[in-house]
Write a protein that binds this ligand. Structure first.
Ligand SMILES: [Zn+2]
Length: 335
């Protein structure tokens, strides 16, 4: 399978994140991408598709903020990585965004996603990798893989969070629409709900969003991903959330996957964008499903049996020692 990547995606390297009340080494580290690269065969350089596909998904205000945030942070006399500390939970009036701290709060929903010097560049090229994989599929490939890092599925139209800054899966899906694909399905199999992707397409009937993830009653991102979130307006019924309990192994996972695939087949998409997270792995340090390395080939084979041209976008996965083998197992199973 063709795979796409750009070394500038390593430029994003925050030092610390706030986790369970303590500042700990940033978990979504460049070594994740290096582990996957080491396990794959040859990888192609992503092509630059420019900023227009990003603007089709994210607001211009958000993109301007994200591009400038770290420089603005330094200009305010700060050291290290930029992170917010106040969030506008109630928006009774237009937001005052003069201070970098106000902008950080307005354009994020958590404190786990600092902005470092290389964040914009890395997120930009992560999105370009997804667009390059889309290009391969539009050119006739049955499937292509984008080694996206940083991941994207928690990022919404105008917010970052959950290690995510630009929503590469959504950017690829929207670019698929721009290229003439009429019905696009997004299947998100990361451990965590893809709240950003859901938000972006929540009122859209031409983009189906289906997600298998940990029940948000107990797991991040808590405020999205519940089974009763089904879309709105023209998108009513075009969101399907399948939350699973902690401890789910392959036996518990496959029946939910089959429900997801049945819904996708009924939608009859002409393009599938797959948000693949390996944090469903039994050994993942921040997650609680129990999939094994060999299980990813089984899961991938079932998804591939849809027979829909597929753009596979890397999302999470934090058991670095097993990450390469897990991604390789998934891609080999996909065929
Ligand atoms: Zn995740």
């Amino acid at each position: 399978m063709r795979a796409f990547w750009d070394a500038r995606q390593l430029a994003h390297a925050p030092a610390l994140e706030l986790h369970n009340g303590a500042f700990v080494p940033f978990g979504e580290a460049p070594v994740r991408a290096e582990a996957i690269l080491a396990a794959l065969g040859p990888v192609e350089a992503a092509a630059d598709h420019g900023e227009a596909p990003l603007r089709a998904v994210h607001s211009s205000g958000y993109l301007a903020f994200l591009r400038a945030a770290h420089a603005d942070w330094r200009a305010a006399g700060r050291e290290g990585d930029a992170s917010g500390y106040a969030w506008p939970v109630t928006r009774r009036r237009p937001l005052a965004l003069d201070r970098i701290d106000a902008r950080l709060g307005a354009y994020s929903f958590d404190a786990s996603s600092p902005i470092a010097a290389g964040t914009w560049e890395a997120a930009y090229w992560s999105a370009q990798s997804a667009l390059s994989a889309l290009g391969a599929v539009l050119g006739g490939a049955r499937a292509a893989f984008a080694l996206c890092r940083p991941p994207g599925h928690h990022a919404g139209r105008d917010y970052l969070g959950g290690y995510c800054y630009l929503n590469s899966a959504a950017i690829a899906a929207e670019a698929g629409v721009a290229a003439g694909r009429r019905r696009i399905a997004i299947l998100d199999v990361d451990y965590h709900h893809g709240n950003g992707t859901q938000d972006i397409f929540y009122a859209r009937g031409d983009v189906l969003f289906v997600s298998l993830h940990a029940d948000p009653v107990l797991d991040y991102p808590f405020f999205w991903g519940h089974a009763d979130e089904r879309g709105e307006g023209e998108g009513e019924g075009a969101t399907l959330n399948l939350p699973l309990p902690r401890g789910a192994d392959l036996k518990a996972y496959l029946p939910a996957l089959d429900i997801a695939l049945g819904r996708i087949a009924a939608f009859a998409p002409d393009l599938l964008v797959l948000s693949y997270g390996a944090d469903t792995f039994a050994g993942d340090p921040i997650s609680y499903f129990r999939l094994e390395t060999a299980d990813y080939a089984i899961v991938a084979r079932r998804i591939a049996s849809l027979g829909v041209p597929s753009v596979i976008v890397m999302e999470g996965g934090y058991a670095v020692d097993a990450l390469g083998a897990n991604a390789a197992s998934f891609l080999e199973g996909f065929g």
